[in-house]
Design a protein around this ligand. Structure first.
Ligand code: SAH
Length: 215
């Protein structure tokens, strides 16, 4: 369906990911295999493997490849996990998570983007273990909780309590937290009933909206 852009993907993996310290071979392999151009609007396909976020409409973006790789690596997925993503957007990050975990539920507040994510995932043949749910992911998705891993693709003022509640023990949550203009990418572990957290990097994401996001 798409022209073979394997060489561009290999170059992206080497120059943008491996060289900057992404080490998880499963993450690198998934990103070398998944056609990112299938998640990018037609008029922006020439940008598919650039080192930047790309606009996908509705004032939203598909994250820079490095950020998708870093967030995914921080979850340390082995293949058996049930994952919740908040902020499906184009569906690209969900496709990467789906290649590395057992199941993915990805939530999207904007109905048109939820439809886009569903279409993109189906066209790429990646929809088998991925469910796109339209709704407010700042409240998580209790129906299939708890989750082994949660990945939030939008900046939150604080860590939403619902997401901590819906995280398994042991489990991991990756989320950008902080003021609208600059956040901290935080990794949170739940282990033996305790919560630990560290900051992975400074970052800048679109705002998390909804009940436990920016109103
Ligand atoms: N992971 C996406 C990029 C997401 S950008 C990709 O790979 O393309 C962040 C997305 O979060 C936007 O689509 C935005 O609409 C969505 N969003 C913001 N607040 C949300 C909320 N409370 N619940 C679900 N989605 C939300």
């Amino acid at each position: 369906m798409f022209p073979d852009r394997q060489a561009e993907r290999r170059e992206m993996v080497e120059a943008q990911l491996r060289r900057r310290g992404i080490r998880d071979e499963r993450v690198l392999r998934a990103m070398e295999q998944i056609p990112r151009e299938g998640f990018v609007p037609a008029e922006s396909r020439f940008l598919s493997y650039r080192d930047d976020p790309i606009h996908i409409g509705y004032a939203q973006t598909i994250s820079q490849p490095y950020m998708t790789a870093l967030m995914t690596e921080l979850l340390e997925l082995q293949g058996t996990e049930d994952v919740l993503e908040v902020g499906a957007g184009s569906g690209y990050h969900a496709a990467v998570l789906g290649a590395l975990a057992a199941t993915v539920v990805t939530m999207e507040l904007e109905p048109a983007l939820a439809r886009l994510a569903r279409e993109n995932l189906a066209r790429a043949g990646r929809d088998e273990n991925i469910l796109v749910v339209t709704g407010d992911g700042s409240l998580g998705y209790p129906k299939f909780a708890p989750y082994d891993a949660i990945s939030v693709a939008a900046g939150a003022p604080e860590i939403p309590a619902a997401l901590l509640d819906q995280l398994k023990d042991p489990g991991r949550l990756v989320i950008p937290v902080g003021p609208r203009a600059d956040q901290d990418l935080r990794v949170i572990w739940k282990r033996n009933g305790r919560i630990e957290s560290r900051s992975a990097t400074a970052c800048r994401f679109v705002p998390l909206r909804g009940e436990e996001g920016w109103r």
